[in-house]
Design a binder for this molecule. Structure first.
Ligand SMILES: *Cc1c(COP(=O)(O)O)cnc(C)c1O
Length: 394
């Protein structure tokens, strides 16, 4: 059997050893508290589940759905964008439902990328931006997100010949893994840069509804000119605790949306219909669970950030997302440090290198652990720190 060479171009999976270690410890009956998963621990709200159950009983919903989704779903997505961001979308031309946004993020590379084409990708970032590029035969060009630039890319630092050659740029705010945000001024700068170099922009925005301290993250689509050159990926996964149901969406530029529709209509048959009805319910029904969830995560955030800073893992207080991006002592790689926390404190975190080279000085904590496990995790961290101080400065 001979496999395609594109598979060899995928980077090696870095967490093999650390995952083996977790499995080994668990098999021995050790209790591991995992801060590694970016998956809300809270249940999907009952009114949404109720709608799935109801729709599942209707035989009309047992048949093939369609790639374009139910008109009602596209309409409710457009209504939600209008209500939440004041962004006007044509539900038939500027909205495309996705089977979770991840598949769309991966597939959109097929619409743009010829072998050798360049895609501008933040480093660190959610891996599908670069992996989709690589699978389509393209070359990611990494834009470092530096703490001193508030984890925003520095467009000026991108060589003009690279920017001119690039076809696409990925951005993601509120940001996974750094927890940082961008304002409309930054998005305007991005649109100017894209116009200058005839680039398309894909903005990935699954965390606009996971925010704290009264902050309301903007949509990239609010930016003047954004719809001419770009699209935004969104998702019900994080907003409504629906990761397992797989509902995402692409909105914005009609040509880009039509291109992705072309690819997808040849590969998939859309979101199961019962789940599409539940998605309509999520978008149009009560939104109360969002504020409740955010206050739960905000409380967890405040507890964890305080302790991390006390034990020398310098962390900023994120205004959005459920991630804490913690700086590790410079003498460790992120994998070594994650391994140390696992072995010495029975705490699992994500090593920053998993999101790119620039992530290697950091580890990521996710707030998606129950309050009880969070308390246990915090006491483990404190006693681990008391046993042997790992602060670089001491
Ligand atoms: C969780 C996440 C997604 C994907 O969500 P889906 O469940 O596939 O809709 C996309 N981008 C980022 C940055 C994420 O963290």
């Amino acid at each position: 059997m001979e496999l395609a060479k594109r598979l060899d171009r995928l980077p090696p999976y870095l967490f093999v050893e650390i995952n083996r270690r977790i499995a080994e410890l668990k098999a021995r009956g050790e209790d591991i508290i995992s801060f590694a998963m970016g998956d809300p621990d809270l249940a999907t709200p009952p009114h949404i589940i109720e709608r799935i159950c109801q729709a599942a009983r209707d035989p009309a919903n047992h048949r093939y759905p369609e790639t374009a989704g139910l008109p009602e779903l596209r309409k409710s997505i457009a209504e939600w964008y209008e209500m939440r961001f004041g962004v006007n979308l044509d539900p038939d031309r500027e909205v495309l439902p996705l089977i979770g946004s991840k598949e769309g993020i991966g597939h959109i590379a097929l619409c743009f990328i010829e072998p050798g084409d360049i895609v501008l990708v933040p480093d660190p970032s959610y891996p599908p931006y670069s992996l989709g590029t690589i699978l389509a035969g393209g070359e990611p060009y990494f834009m470092p997100l530096k703490e001193e630039n508030d984890f925003l890319p520095d467009f000026e630092a991108i060589p003009a010949e690279v920017a001119d050659k690039a076809k696409l740029m990925w951005l993601n705010y509120p940001n996974n893994p750094t927890g940082t945000i961008a304002d409309l001024g930054f998005f305007e700068e991005a649109v100017r840069f894209a116009q200058q170099h005839t680039l398309a922009i894909c903005h990935d925005a699954p965390y606009t509804e996971v925010a704290y301290d009264g902050y309301k993250p903007p949509s990239f689509m609010q930016t003047p000119g954004a719809k001419k050159i770009g699209v935004e990926f969104h998702s019900l996964s994080k907003t409504h605790h629906m990761t397992g149901w797989r509902v995402g969406m692409l909105v914005g530029n009609a040509d880009m949306i039509n291109a992705l529709f072309k690819v997808k209509s040849n590969l998939d048959s859309g979101i199961p219909r019962a789940i599409q009805f539940a998605a309509v319910e999520a978008l149009r029904g009560s939104q109360e669970h969002i504020a409740e969830r955010n206050s739960v995560f905000q409380r967890r955030r405040d507890k964890l950030v305080k302790v991390l800073n006390e034990i020398g893992l310098k962390s900023r207080i994120p205004k959005a997302t459920f991630y804490i991006w913690a700086k590790i002592p410079p003498e460790y790689t992120s994998i070594d440090f994650a391994r140390k926390l696992l072995d010495e404190a029975r705490i699992a975190v994500t090593p920053g290198i998993g999101y790119g080279k620039e992530g290697d000085g950091y580890i990521r904590f996710s707030l998606t652990v129950s309050d009880e496990r969070l308390e246990q995790g915090i006491s483990r961290l404190l006693s681990w720190h008391a046993r042997n101080c790992h602060c670089a400065e001491r």
